[in-house]
Write a protein that binds this ligand. Structure first.
Ligand SMILES: NC(=O)C1=CN([C@@H]2O[C@H](COP(=O)(O)OP(=O)(O)OC[C@H]3O[C@@H](n4cnc5c(N)ncnc54)[C@H](O)[C@@H]3O)[C@@H](O)[C@H]2O)C=CC1
Ligand SMILES: O=C(O)C1=N[C@H](C(=O)O)C[C@H](O)C1
Length: 244
């Protein structure tokens, strides 16, 4: 049995993870950790092997540091970690000779959407991302949109058409935020869980790729898969697609 601790256990995602792990074979919940608990003690006394973290950006990095120092493998869905944070985590994995998975999105459909977008970007350099989430989401743009923009930027061969030199925003932010040269627009509304649309434009044609998570169970097969494969992880892995 793989011993799993969950940080953010009372949150929207954490509570779903607890249910998913309890229903899965070959793994068990040994600790449900929330804000204010002593993480190092909880990991030690529960003898956890894996820590699944769905908390907040301000907490995730500290939790990862504690887990790695305790030789517990962090499986992290929390968004908002910076490239500098990833560099630090990569170094800590080496220092402590352990592994970590950071996955901006655990839904298989979202992973496929990102891979299709990278494929399309080889031929269609003009692209924008619209991500749409529930109104309680604290960070923007979403981790998924950032990873998608990074994958598009890495795959893109052509040069996007520049905006006219006379272009201006009469209202700041109207044209979105630039992430690795890709404009990203963030929508926050009740009625959404997590959706993303990637629109490619070209002469006389448009290609739209869209994924919708209708509820949080959509992320659970990916979380369970990551726990099952945790023992084979080496160093820092960024993206669940590396485990498929
Ligand atoms: N990678 C993925 O597939 C997905 C990632 N997410 C990300 O997961 C994160 C959590 O999202 P939600 O569950 O909607 O948020 P939430 O606000 O419902 O839950 C966060 C929980 O973490 C707890 N928490 C905060 N600091 C903590 C700490 N230091 N130790 C233990 N618990 C702590 C809070 O008390 C709260 O219960 C967000 O960053 C979100 O973007 C959400 C859905 C899917
Ligand atoms: O906060 C959420 O809900 C989600 N966060 C992740 C992100 O920032 O991309 C994954 C998914 O979009 C749901």
């Amino acid at each position: 049995m793989i011993k799993v601790a969950v940080t953010g256990a009372l949150g929207r995602m954490g509570s779903e993870v607890v249910r998913a792990v309890q229903a899965a074979e070959g793994m068990e919940i040994v600790a449900q950790i929330e804000l204010g608990d002593n993480l190092a003690d909880e990991l030690k006394y529960s003898d956890a092997q894996v820590m699944v973290d769905f908390t907040i950006p301000a907490s995730a990095l500290a939790n990862i540091r504690t887990a790695l120092a305790s030789k517990v493998i962090p499986i992290v869905g929390t968004s908002g970690l910076s490239p500098a944070d990833l560099d630090e985590i990569r170094g800590l994995c080496e220092t402590h000779q352990t592994a970590c998975l950071i996955a901006p999105n655990f839904a298989i459909g979202a992973l496929l959407m990102m891979q299709f977008a990278a494929q399309a970007a080889k031929y269609l350099p003009d692209v924008e991302i619209i991500e749409l989430h529930h109104e309680k989401k604290v960070d923007a743009p979403s981790g998924t949109a950032v990873k998608t923009a990074q994958m598009i930027a890495a795959a893109r061969t052509g040069t996007p058409i520049p905006r006219p030199e006379t272009a201006f925003e009469s209202h700041a932010g109207a044209t979105g935020a630039e992430v690795d040269g890709v404009p990203v627009h963030s929508v926050r509304l009740p009625g959404f869980v997590a959706s993303q649309e990637i629109i490619f434009g070209a002469q006389g044609q448009r290609l739209s790729l869209r994924h919708d998570s209708l509820d949080r169970t959509s992320f659970m097969p990916g979380v369970v898969l990551a726990i099952q494969k945790s023992a084979s992880l080496k160093g820092l892995t960024y993206g669940l697609e590396n485990l498929l």
